[in-house]
Design a protein around this ligand. Structure first.
Ligand SMILES: *[C@@H]1O[C@H](CO)[C@@H](O)[C@H](O)[C@H]1NC(C)=O
Ligand SMILES: *[C@@H]1O[C@H](CO)[C@@H](O)[C@H](O)[C@H]1NC(C)=O
Ligand SMILES: *[C@@H]1O[C@H](CO)[C@@H](O)[C@H](O)[C@H]1NC(C)=O
Length: 355
């Protein structure tokens, strides 16, 4: 009897705890994450395809992935960025890796005010225990987060705010920090540092390794803008923003602040987008991201499928020619056989050493 009572009590408690779990699950929307299993970026070996100028024409033949953009802190379908998806493309040339981010958006630009201009970021897993959620997910707070307490939670972040840069011009290196193209690392959203600055001290070899450029499809000149041309186009024009970046696959980082890419291996990344919706300045946590978890990024070796596809047509031609030759040879042999059988004369055997 008492066993039955215990069982009933147990079941009751289980039901209650499940109820509570369901309720808490509904309250906090951001714990609910179902990433798209198909989402994946492949950086193929394609040397000599792209120029780092912010223009996307040279990326036309390169496959990317279209991600819906949802608020990072509340990845709800209803709150998706309405103007379009973010297309992310990547490739490498054996030395550097390149990224192209394309997002539809009416042209907005307010010189000197990054918060009234669109902005993008890339984030990569560095430490093996770094989660997408909470930028590495280290539980320590400023004051206690350091390279010992948060070891294994490092993420690498590149953030480009365009309010101080001219479209089509190249920015990068340590001078780009004041422009708005920064190379950071983080253990969580409250423990972010510029590369080379922070608990590990300043070291010039561990600083800004990124280069980048941006463009908007409503621009009409290709001859080069200067700062006085701003805002470069009239506000509100329909079009697409392009953000193009590159970095060495390996850097001279000694402190777990940079992701290191390896040919034939996969990295984990994410991309974020800020946009001044209805002209209102954005705030740092008001960004959209491409997924509610890491997205795989494969850096593939030289013998990529693309190269095979590209050489496929010449292979077909060679195979066709060989087939034609074999058909001709077959016909000739039938004809010779026919002639031989018709003349009914035996061909004399000639030993080879008499030739
Ligand atoms: C990552 O977490 C696992 C399991 O908690 C632990 O064994 C490992 O040492 C951690 N890695 C680092 C680099 O801290
Ligand atoms: C590191 O560099 C920054 C900016 O140049 C400076 O403000 C800071 O004092 C430096 N820190 C150390 C530990 O040298
Ligand atoms: C960790 O930080 C300390 C300074 O707080 C520095 O001396 C040390 O080199 C750092 N270690 C690594 C692996 O970056």
């Amino acid at each position: 009897m008492s066993l039955l009572l215990h069982l009933q009590l147990f079941t009751f408690c289980l039901a209650l705890s499940q109820l509570r779990f369901v309720a808490s699950h509904q309250e906090s929307g951001d714990s609910h994450c179902e990433p798209d299993a198909e989402a994946r970026i492949v950086a193929e070996f394609m040397p000599g395809f792209v120029t780092l100028d912010g223009h996307a024409d040279d990326w036309g033949d390169i496959n990317g992935f279209d991600f819906p953009l949802r608020p990072a802190l509340d990845p709800d379908e209803d709150k998706e960025y309405k103007a379009g998806k973010m297309t992310v493309k990547a490739l490498h040339d054996g030395k550097d890796v390149y990224f192209m981010l394309q997002v539809d958006g009416d042209y907005v630009y307010s010189k000197g005010d990054n918060y009234k201009c669109p902005s993008v970021a890339l984030m990569f897993q560095v430490g093996e225990n770094a989660s997408y959620h909470d930028m590495g997910g280290c539980k320590e707070l400023p004051g206690t987060c350091n390279n010992k307490t948060c070891r294994g939670h490092e993420v690498d972040i590149m953030h480009f705010s365009i309010g101080n840069s001219i479209p089509g011009r190249l920015y990068g290196g340590n001078n780009a920090d004041r422009i708005g193209l920064v190379d950071m690392f983080a253990w969580n959203p409250h423990c972010r540092n510029l590369d080379g600055i922070g608990s590990a001290g300043n070291e010039s070899t561990a600083m800004n390794d990124w280069k980048g450029a941006w463009w908007h499809s409503s621009f009409t000149t290709h001859s080069g803008y200067v700062e006085e041309d701003n805002p470069y186009a009239s506000s509100g024009q329909k079009g697409t923003y392009y953000f193009e970046f590159t970095r060495s696959m390996r850097t001279m980082d000694r402190h777990q602040q940079d992701v290191q890419f390896t040919i034939g291996q996969s990295s984990k990344f994410s991309a974020a987008f800020w946009y001044p919706i209805d002209g209102n300045p954005w705030h740092s946590s008001g960004h959209y991201t491409v997924s509610c978890d890491w997205v795989p990024l494969d850096v593939t070796p030289g013998s990529s499928t693309h190269v095979k596809v590209a050489s496929g047509s010449s292979w077909d031609a060679a195979a066709g020619f060989a087939f034609l030759i074999s058909v001709v040879a077959f016909c000739v042999s039938i004809f010779v056989g026919y002639r031989v059988s018709k003349t009914k004369r035996a061909i004399p055997f000639t030993p080879i050493d008499h030739l």
